[in-house]
Each structure stands twice: as structure tokens, then as C-alpha cells.
Design a binder for this molecule. Structure first.
Ligand code: 13P
Length: 210
């Protein structure tokens, strides 16, 4: 895919997330790894109205080299790319259900959402830790996210929202959508002691779908 194609796809997927309420106002940011650097959404931009020509361009060292000023969450994205060689894109949202889970104090911080459905396991994997709260844009979050991302494709930032990686931009967006729906199911079923997938079923999914 050319960089121009990637820019167009980023605009299209971001607008789709915004149109369906996964992001409101100027919340959320999305980045993509290129051969020689990264694209990331500009700070204070709405995911609903991105201009492909103004998307921020970073070099391989994450220095801003083109487009509008980058998201203040560059550290969050850099932590994922540094921890995960398989990350081709990173999506951060304040989507309501996943953020609601990130506000609950009494969950297992190593794995707050049980494996209720196959697609949650296939898209997010075996674990999705909660990273402690940091102020948005605080560079101090980078080591904490980096440590968590070594063993997880996605994390929940306490009281803030999800950060999800994927092999490609499309994969990362699909995973962020799946996580939001898994969080919705988890909250819906919380008082009902739902049946989770067994560890053998989770193993089977990960063996089959990676
Ligand atoms: P930016 O507008 O700087 O990308 O920040 C938005 C956000 O979601 C903060 O967490």
C-alpha cells in the first residue's frame, strides 16, 4: 500500500469510528507504521474530519517531520511500536464501554475482561492489562505502557480508555471495535455470572487464528 493509500484509509476508518460514536469531539488518536516512519493523527483533530494531507508525519525516531502538530499521545503509540515488532498500527479511543471498564476499581488489573466470545480472543488475545492512570499526554506513561504491551496487543488506561495495536491499520481498528463490544457484553453480564470460554477453547482459538 502506498503512503497516499494509507492516508486515505486512515481518514476513512477514523471517520467510520467517529460516525458510530466510538470517538467524540477531538478524542482519540490513530497511528500507522510506514517503511521509514509513522503517520499519526494531529493533536486536537476530530477523527470525523481528518484531512489526509494534514496528518502528522513522524520519522523513524518519532520526530515530527510533516503535516500538523502530532497527537500529544505520541509516547503511548511509541511504547507499543517499541514493545511489539508485530504492531503496524495503534488505535487509542475513549469509547464508552471500554472506558467504563477502565474506571472500575475492583477488577483483575492483569485481565479485567474474561474471554466471553471468540472474536475478543482472536482480536485482542489472551490478556489486556489495565495500566495505572496518567494525565493525557504525560510522557511518564511510556514505560508503563511499554512494559504492559510486551505481553498484550491492547491495554486499558485507567479512567482514560483503550489502546489497541494490530498488524495493520484495519486490524487495529477491528480490534478496537471488538474490544468495545466485549466491554459492552462484560458490563451487561456482570451481575449474571456468565459462562466464559474455557482455557482449552482459548488455546484452540489462538492456535487456529494466531
Ligand atoms: P490528541 O488530540 O492530542 O490526539 O489527544 C486526544 C486524546 O485522546 C488524549 O488521550
Amino acid at each position: 500500500m502506498t503512503e497516499a493509500d494509507t492516508r486515505r484509509l486512515l481518514v476513512e476508518l477514523a471517520a467510520s469510528l467517529f460516525a458510530r460514536g466510538f470517538s467524540v469531539g477531538s478524542a482519540g488518536n490513530i497511528s500507522v507504521r510506514l517503511d521509514d516512519g509513522y503517520l499519526i493523527t494531529p493533536t486536537n483533530s476530530s477523527l470525523g474530519r481528518l484531512d489526509p494531507a494534514r496528518i502528522s508525519r513522524l520519522d523513524a525516531g518519532f520526530a515530527h517531520v510533516g503535516g500538523d502538530a502530532p497527537s500529544k499521545e505520541v509516547f503511548m503509540h511509541r511504547a507499543f511500536y517499541a514493545a511489539r515488532a508485530d504492531a503496524g498500527a495503534v488505535v487509542h479511543l475513549h469509547s464508552t464501554m471500554a472506558t467504563a471498564v477502565a474506571c472500575l476499581p475492583d477488577l483483575d488489573a492483569a485481565n479485567p475482561i474474561p474471554p466471553l466470545t471468540p472474536y475478543f480472543v482472536m482480536r485482542i488475545g489472551r490478556s489486556m492489562p489495565i495500566v495505572p492512570y496518567y494525565r493525557p499526554g504525560d510522557a511518564a506513561m511510556e514505560p508503563a505502557i511499554h512494559a504492559a504491551a510486551h505481553g498484550a496487543r491492547a491495554v486499558l488506561l485507567a479512567n482514560h480508555g483503550p489502546v489497541v495495536s494490530g498488524k495493520s491499520l484495519t486490524d487495529a481498528v477491528y480490534a478496537a471495535e471488538e474490544l468495545e463490544e466485549a466491554a459492552r457484553l462484560f458490563l451487561l453480564l456482570r451481575q449474571h455470572a456468565p459462562r466464559a470460554l474455557t482455557s482449552a477453547q482459548v488455546d484452540d482459538l489462538l492456535r487456529t487464528f494466531g
